[in-house]
Design a protein around this ligand. Structure first.
Ligand SMILES: Cc1cc2nc3c(=O)[nH]c(=O)nc-3n(C[C@H](O)[C@H](O)[C@H](O)COP(=O)(O)OP(=O)(O)OC[C@H]3O[C@@H](n4cnc5c(N)ncnc54)[C@H](O)[C@@H]3O)c2cc1C
Length: 552
């Protein structure tokens, strides 16, 4: 009898798990269940004008690389596609996923329109899935829902994170479904939250053709990362390399914070020192650009935690709307009815009297609903493997501070499939490792609700999984000093973990200027000292050396 593996949910996380499972678990029967009729998950129908926050190069799966790390941006080309060719625009990522599924023959293994209502482990240790399958043209109103159950040896939950806006008790109407905001016109609206969903919805509502007045309410500041960096005008993703990532987290926070402040203050100098090529030269050190930078500075200065300890907002275009006063930024609400708000960074009160409030804060996993309250995200080792329930896994539940979710999901999928196939053994001391991880997580991300989301720094997190699997891109594993050197300096990507495939770093351009590389190398001895003091217990793991709590 073949063993059976179920994958619940078939967006990018489910698809990549299915791909690795079919490839490596040839003696298993693998089935994926998807509630809707498509396999593109939450990227399926993005609003028009959508631009991803992570680049195509870093977001693509390492096992299906279609994009390189050259910069394709050309500001003299036409609007969106010319401005953001290095990012997925509109439905491009959905198309990528569909092509991926076709290339690896995944569709025959996916049961579409089949929702898993819950999962339970029986006394024999088997996983029982309760299914609802929609079948067309078979019932009086067209669709028949057939209930069924199925038994499996292991289950991977890939249902994504659901938007979970904070409940608001206010006499003002509240809209909690962001996707229902499209028809709103001629209204005074307050969007609450500083995340990417919040600023994206605020931007759409602030389009002049809608004649809305839009406020964005952020209690504290936020970290806004530019999609394209002033250094050489390249995507910020391309300046993040393994050399930078190799620094101690606290020291990285400190260096990063100083550098971000320097970037904001000295953009002209950076442009002059590291100019973009002529296609990328932006006209824009004009008044709007200065205002945009000023807001970026104010928001960063009042951000409540260190650089890499809180989520970054990479939808930086909203600053353009702020600079042009289409979106006005205010602080938190000053009264419980959500009618009045503080001026940003001040105790003065502004009367807004909105017609509508849109809370856009927070995510939660559906794990508890699915397992009838038995499994919680905080009980999954590295966010992947449940520490008590044998055969229960999750993929796609971690949220990167900076980085992207699909390629993290790929490393998680490779990790769990590797454990099931026996490619490597799971650590024996998983429970004590898990306890240590949790303590560190709660200490480091003290301002985030870590029982509900699992925040990670993308590459250090993936490195930890890679070390367990033995595929960390160390000099010993790469076996060539030149390859190692290029891997350290070229844009960081999860492709670096797969040494048996062609390595992108052999050919990828190195965008980080030599001067910055030299500075980082000069700081490396300090990194060794800090690491040593941490080992000897002088500093706890996540202490950084920045006084980041400056007022706006
Ligand atoms: C517009 C938009 C833009 C984004 N841009 C970026 C970006 O630039 N970079 C980035 O990294 N991330 C981005 N994200 C975040 C995105 O959530 C992740 O990148 C990634 O797609 C998550 O994939 P997933 O498969 O884990 O979850 P999802 O894409 O949410 O897929 C989950 C799937 O599970 C199915 N499902 C749920 N419950 C059940 C059930 N009970 N039974 C059966 N099926 C079920 C759902 O129907 C869905 O198809 C964006 C998200 C959106 C909405």
């Amino acid at each position: 009898m073949k063993k059976k593996l179920a994958i619940i949910g078939c967006g990018s996380s489910g698809l990549i798990t299915l791909k690795y499972a079919l490839e490596e678990l040839s003696d298993w029967q693998v089935v994926a269940y998807e509630a809707t009729s498509c396999i593109t998950g939450c990227w399926g129908r993005p609003p028009s004008g959508f631009v991803s926050t992570s680049t195509k190069y870093t977001t693509q799966f390492a096992c299906y690389p279609l994009y390189d790390a050259r910069v394709h941006r050309n500001l003299s080309a036409n609007a969106q596609t010319g401005r953001y060719p290095d990012f997925f625009c509109d439905g491009q990522y959905g198309v990528y996923l569909e092509e991926f599924a076709a290339k690896f023959g995944l569709m025959p293994h996916i049961r579409l329109r089949t929702s898993v209502s819950h999962v339970e482990q029986n006394q024999e240790g088997k996983w029982i899935l309760r299914l609802s399958c929609a079948q067309d043209d078979q019932g009086p109103d067209g669709t028949l829902i057939v209930k069924d159950t199925a038994e499996f040896d292991a289950v991977v939950v890939c249902t994504g994170l659901a938007d979970s806006p904070k409940p608001i008790d206010s006499p003002v109407p509240v809209l909690s479904r962001l996707d229902r905001s499209d028809s709103i016109r001629n209204q005074k609206i307050v969007v609450i939250g500083g995340g990417e969903s919040a600023v994206d919805v605020a931007r759409r509502l602030a389009e002049p053709s809608r004649s809305n007045q839009v406020w964005l309410s952020v209690r504290t500041g936020m970290r806004v990362s530019p999609r394209y960096h002033p250094i050489r005008g390249v995507p910020s993703d391309f300046l993040r390399n393994r050399l930078l990532m190799s620094f101690d987290a606290g020291l990285r926070n400190t260096i990063g914070q100083r550098f971000v402040e320097f970037r904001m203050r000295c953009e002209r100098l950076l442009n002059w020192l590291f100019p973009a090529n002529r296609h990328l030269r932006d006209s824009s050190l004009d008044e709007t650009h200065k205002l945009r930078n000023r807001w970026s500075w104010l928001l960063t200065q009042s951000a409540k935690d260190s650089l890499f300890n809180m989520y970054h907002n990479k939808s930086d275009d909203f600053l353009e709307d702020v600079a042009q006063r289409r979106i006005r930024i205010v602080g938190g609400n000053s009264n419980p009815s959500y009618c009045n708000y503080f001026h940003f960074g001040s105790k003065d009160v502004l009367s807004v009297d909105p017609d509508l409030i849109i809370p856009a804060i927070g995510y939660r996993s559906k794990l508890q609903e699915l397992t009838l309250g038995k499994a919680e995200l905080k009980d999954f080792y590295m966010g992947v493997r449940h520490i008590r329930f044998d055969g229960l896994f999750a993929v796609g539940m971690t949220r990167p501070i900076i980085g992207n979710i699909p390629s993290i999901s790929e490393i998680q999928a490779y990790y769990l499939v590797g454990q099931l196939s026996g490619r490597f053994a799971a650590p024996l001391d998983i429970e004590s490792r898990h306890r240590r991880n949790r303590t560190e997580l709660e200490h480091r991300f003290a301002n985030l609700d870590t029982s509900n989301v699992y925040p990670v720094e993308m590459f250090p997190y993936c490195d930890q999984l890679a070390r367990e699997m033995g595929c960390f891109p160390s000099l010993a594993n790469l076996r060539s000093p030149l390859r190692y050197f290029r891997t350290m300096l070229s844009p960081a990507t999860t492709m670096h973990y797969f040494h048996d495939r062609p390595m992108p770093s052999d050919t990828a351009p190195i965008h980080t200027p030599h001067l910055l590389t030299a500075l980082l190398l000069l700081l490396k001895p300090l990194d060794y000292v800090v690491r040593w003091t941490r080992r000897t217990g002088r500093y706890p793991p996540s202490v950084d050396f920045t006084d980041h709590q400056q007022s706006g």
